[in-house]
Ligand binder design. Structure first.
Ligand code: ADP
Ligand code: MG
Length: 387
C-alpha cells in the first residue's frame, strides 16, 4: 500500500528523521493558513498524489509570498497532474502539502528495500539525487551503491561507507549515520516494503533532511499496523482494484483489452504472457485463487464485464482444488445482472470439467471453447481484434 508524501514524512519524523516543516491543506484558504503558520519567507506548495515526477510536471511550486501560495494552491487543487509515473490519464490533486522552502546545497538519492538475493534489508544510495534513479542506474551505474545491512542494525562501517560514497565530510558523517539508523528503524518497525528519499538534501547550513519521502507498506504486514491502514487514500487507487479487494480477489488492473480469469498466480502470469505473444495485451491480472466460491467467481466476472477496457474475456481454469462447475455457476450468476457484452473464450480443464461445460451449454451461452491455452489465447486475441 502506498501513502502520501506528507504522511510518510510524519512517520519519519516520529523516528527522528529530520524533515522540513509543513502542513496539509485541502483548500486554497487552508493552504494560505498553513503557509502563515510556517516561519519562513519561501514556501513550497506540493501536490499530494501517489506518484513521483511531480516537480517536472509542475506539481511542486516554489512561492515567495502568500499571494503566490494562494495562486499555486488554486492552480493545483482539483487539477489533473500528468507525471512520468501517473500514466496518460494523470491523477487528480485533492490534497496539498505546504512546506518551508529550503536552501538546497546538494541532492542525494537514498532508499531502503528488501534485497531478496541477500535476504537482507539494503540501502541504495547515490550522490545523483533528485533525478530519475532508473536513468542514473542505466547511464551511470557507478554512481549507485547498494549495501545490504548484515545485522539488525546499521554498523559504523556500513554507515561510513554510505556517507563517504555520498561525499559527506566531518560532522555530516555522524548526522548521516544517525539518519541511516533512524531510517532502518522506521523500515523495520513499520514493516515497510520500500522507503525512498529522493532527494535527501544537504542544506546550505550543512543539515541533512528528507525533502521527499515515499513509503510503501508491506501489505502482508498491514494487519499489524492499523495506524498505517488509516492512511489509505482510496481516491488514489484504481476503482477496479478496490472492488476486487472487497471480494478477496488477487486482481491488478492493466491497460490491455483481454480480461483474464485464471486460477493460480503462475497460470495467470503464463496466460498474460501468451496473450502478449499472440499480439494483444491483458486488461488485468486475476487469480481467483484456490478457495473460490460461486460468489467470488460471480464478482470476478462482473468486474470483467463492467470494465470498459475489456474487449474479450479469456477464462483459463486448470481445475484441481478449483472445480470447473463452480466457475460455470459463477458465470451464470454474473450474467443475471451483467450481460455478457463481450466475447468469452473458455478453457476449462480438470475437476468437474464436463459438468462445467454442460452448465454453460445448457444455459445457451455463446461461449467459444478452446482445447488448450494456445488456442484460447488465439481465439481471445482474434475476438478482441474484431471489436
Ligand atoms: P517529485 O519527486 O514528485 O518530483 P519532490 O518532492 O522530489 O517531488 O520535489 C521535486 C523537487 O522540488 C526537489 O528535487 C527539490 O529540488 C524541489 N523541492 C521540493 N520540496 C522542496 C522544499 N521544501 N524546498 C525547496 N525545494 C524543494
Ligand atoms: Mg522526489
Amino acid at each position: 500500500m502506498n501513502i502520501h508524501e506528507y504522511q510518510a514524512k510524519a512517520i519519519l519524523a516520529e523516528f527522528g528523521v529530520p524533515v522540513p516543516r509543513g502542513a496539509l491543506a485541502l483548500s486554497v484558504d487552508e493552504a494560505v493558513a498553513a503557509a502563515q503558520t510556517l516561519d519562513t519567507s519561501v514556501w513550497v506548495v506540493k501536490a499530494q498524489i501517489h506518484a513521483g515526477g511531480r516537480g517536472k510536471a509542475g506539481g511542486v511550486r516554489v512561492c515567495k509570498s502568500l499571494d503566490e501560495v494562494r495562486e499555486a494552491a488554486g492552480a493545483l487543487l482539483d487539477s489533473v497532474l500528468v507525471t512520468k509515473q501517473t500514466g496518460d490519464a494523470g491523477k487528480q490533486v485533492n490534497r496539498l502539502y505546504v512546506e518551508e522552502g529550503l536552501d538546497i546545497a546538494r541532492e542525494f538519492y537514498l532508499s531502503l528495500l528488501v534485497d531478496r538475493e541477500t535476504e537482507k534489508i539494503a540501502f541504495v544510495a547515490s550522490p545523483a539525487g533528485g533525478m530519475d534513479i532508473e536513468e542514473v542506474a542505466e547511464k551511470s551505474p557507478d554512481k549507485i551503491l547498494t549495501l545490504s545491512i548484515a545485522a539488525d542494525h546499521v554498523s559504523d562501517d556500513e554507515s561510513h561507507a554510505i556517507a563517504s560514497f555520498l561525499g559527506l565530510e566531518g560532522a555530516q558523517i555522524k548526522a548521516c549515520a544517525e539518519l541511516l539508523s533512524e531510517l532502518h528503524s522506521t523500515f523495520c518497525q513499520k514493516d515497510a516494503a520500500m522507503l525512498e528519499l529522493n532527494p535527501l538534501i544537504l542544506t546550505g547550513t550543512g543539515d541533512l533532511l528528507a525533502l521527499d519521502a515515499k513509503f510503501v507498506a508491506d501489505d502482508n504486514a498491514l494487519y499489524r499496523h492499523p495506524e498505517i491502514m488509516d492512511l489509505r487514500d482510496v481516491d488514489e487507487e484504481d476503482p477496479r482494484e478496490i472492488e476486487a479487494s472487497r471480494f478477496g480477489l488477487n486482481y491488478i488492473a492493466l491497460d490491455g483489452h483481454i480480461g483474464c480469469m485464471v486460477n493460480g498466480a503462475g497460470l495467470a502470469m503464463a496466460t498474460m504472457d501468451i496473450i502478449q505473444l499472440k499480439g494483444d495485451k491483458p486488461a488485468n491480472f486475476l487469480d481467483v485463487g484456490g478457495g473460490v466460491t460461486v460468489d467470488t467467481v460471480c464478482e470476478a466476472f462482473k468486474l470483467l464485464f463492467s470494465d470498459a477496457h475489456v474487449k474479450a474475456v479469456l477464462v483459463n481454469i486448470f481445475g484441481g482444488i478449483v472445480r470447473c462447475d463452480v466457475i460455470a455457476r459463477g458465470l451464470l450468476e454474473a450474467i443475471k445482472t451483467h450481460p455478457m457484452n463481450v466475447p468469452v473464450v473458455m478453457r476449462l480443464v480438470g475437476t468437474n470439467e464436463q459438468e462445467g461445460r454442460k452448465l454453460v451449454k445448457d444455459a445457451g451461452l455463446d461461449v467459444r471453447w478452446a482445447e488448450d491455452l494456445d488456442q484460447a489465447a488465439e481465439f481471445a486475441v482474434a475476438a478482441a481484434g474484431e471489436r
